[in-house]
Design a protein around this ligand. Structure first.
Ligand SMILES: Cc1cc2nc3c(=O)[nH]c(=O)nc-3n(C[C@H](O)[C@H](O)[C@H](O)COP(=O)(O)O)c2cc1C
Length: 189
């Protein structure tokens, strides 16, 4: 197979889109972010990379707290809106209904099935991006999406995905069990 070398590019996709939240001037503000990811499971730690000019960053810098909210695909319009309009120019505090957990400066979105609040433990710059590393304080999931003794149902959560082709997607079907299907490898050979 011949490979096309596209040079120094971040072609990592698709990934979930999140609404990155903070409180600025006593109001919640949400920005759409694809640059988000897990740093460690224990302690539960994630990062968000957001351009230094963004309004949401003001609240994160000030309070050292933020939220990460996972929208379902039915929130695609609102989610895209928060990614094309800045809080510097428009009040986005009413786009979603907000509630708070333990941290009163990490606004959580009622309409999103998964909400995470974080405390900043480290921040640094990569080019013009401010990278915030957050220790997860609380994680809320809509009760009907969590089976009694299991993990949240990803298909029901229906996370909004984004890709480098500038389109939104939804997840497809489950294809195999992780930490398990690999055992088939030797049988296949
Ligand atoms: C699909 C999508 C993904 C985005 N991902 C990021 C991102 O990872 N980091 C970032 O700094 N901006 C990202 N943006 C742009 C911000 O969401 C946008 O500039 C927003 O208006 C900032 O809002 P704020 O100024 O109110 O914080 C994205 C926008 C869209 C539509």
């Amino acid at each position: 197979m011949k490979k096309a070398n596209l040079g120094s590019k971040v072609l990592m996709y698709p990934f979930p889109i999140v609404l990155f939240g903070s409180v600025v001037e006593n109001k919640p503000n949400y920005s759409t972010v694809g640059n988000v990811g897990i740093m460690a499971l224990r302690p539960a730690t994630l990062y968000v990379s957001s351009h230094k000019s963004h309004y949401t960053n003001i609240g994160v810098r000030e309070n050292k707290t933020f939220s990460v909210n996972f929208p379902s695909t039915d929130l695609v319009v609102e989610s895209d809106y928060c990614g094309i309009v800045t809080g510097h120019k428009e009040d986005k505090s009413e786009v979603f209904k907000t509630y708070y957990g333990n941290i009163k400066t990490a606004p959580l979105i009622i309409e999103c099935p998964v909400n995470i609040s974080c405390r900043v433990i480290k921040e640094f710059m990569v080019g013009g991006m401010e990278v915030f590393i957050g220790k997860i304080d609380e994680t809320y999931v809509n009760e009907d999406l969590v089976p009694e003794r299991g993990k949240p149902d990803v298909i029901k959560i229906d996370p909004l995905l984004y890709s480098v082709d500038l389109n939104y997607y939804k997840i497809g079907e489950k294809i195999a069990r992780a930490f398990s299907i690999g055992k088939e490898y030797k049988k296949k050979a």
